[in-house]
Design a protein around this ligand. Structure first.
Ligand code: C5P
Length: 226
């Protein structure tokens, strides 16, 4: 039973991470949420005052890259690894709508991408990994044995993200969440470096009308057929 690499890419809030976590748990694989890494860098830029609604001081962020240290720590109670930025657990802070509003701008910076991609490739060098993001099947692991591309309508995705944020007690409006989803889709698909595109050999799954269990079973069948 040789271990493989599973790349899961797609638009925001398509349920990539839920599926990836479930799959990793079932297969005894490592799960890596690369969006968390971009979010942690965005949080860093916010905290240093490098990014705001009006400005983005890219040069300062690029200068600081060597001192931005990211790592994951498995939390047995949660059943997944939490994101740490310079030794501090930032798992909650990186999920706010503020960070969501800046992350795609930070993710456009090639120097940021180069550093994170290197770290991601290192984490996957022994295979047995499920990684989700935007460029996993195209850039990080172009040789992955299984590539999934998840899609769903923007409204479906915004509704999911809205329910999640409201559930956590965040006072957000549906309109703001939808706007963020649409904006990130645009930036992610139009950037010069590693835009979100479907890899030639990826299998597309539109989950607008699929339950979690249905998606899981579809992907598990694909894994078992490799
Ligand atoms: O997956 P999540 O929605 O948390 O990702 C947040 C943002 O990080 C994305 O909208 C995208 O701009 C960026 N990202 C990326 N490449 C990845 C993962 C995330 O550019 N592999």
């Amino acid at each position: 039973n040789t271990k493989i690499t599973i790349a899961i890419d797609g638009f925001s809030s398509t349920g990539k991470s839920t599926l990836a976590k479930q799959l990793a748990k079932h297969l005894g694989y490592i799960y890596v949420d690369t969006g968390a890494m971009y979010r942690a860098v965005a949080l860093y830029a916010m905290e240093q005052g490098y990014i705001s609604a009006e400005t983005f001081d890219k040069e300062s962020l690029i200068r600081d890259i060597p001192q931005v240290k990211l790592h994951f720590e498995f939390n047995a109670d949660l059943g997944f690894a939490e994101m740490f930025l310079n030794g501090r657990n930032v798992e909650k802070e990186i999920r706010t709508i503020e960070v969501s509003g800046f992350v795609s701008k930070v993710a456009e910076v090639s120097q940021v991408r180069a550093k994170l991609v290197e770290q991601q490739q290192e984490m996957g060098k022994n295979k047995g990994i499920v990684m989700d993001g935007r460029d996993i099947g195209t850039v990080v692991f172009p040789d992955a044995e299984l590539k999934i591309f998840m899609t769903a309508s923007a409204e479906t995705r915004a509704q999911r993200r809205y329910d999640e944020l409201i559930g956590k007690g965040d006072a957000v409006s549906f309109e703001d969440v939808l706007q963020n989803v649409v904006e990130r889709d645009y930036i992610d698909t139009h950037r010069d470096d590693s835009p979100l595109v479907i890899a030639d050999d990826a299998i597309e799954i539109d989950n607008s009308h699929l339950t979690r269990e249905e998606q899981f079973n579809i992907v598990l069948d694909l894994v078992n057929n490799i």
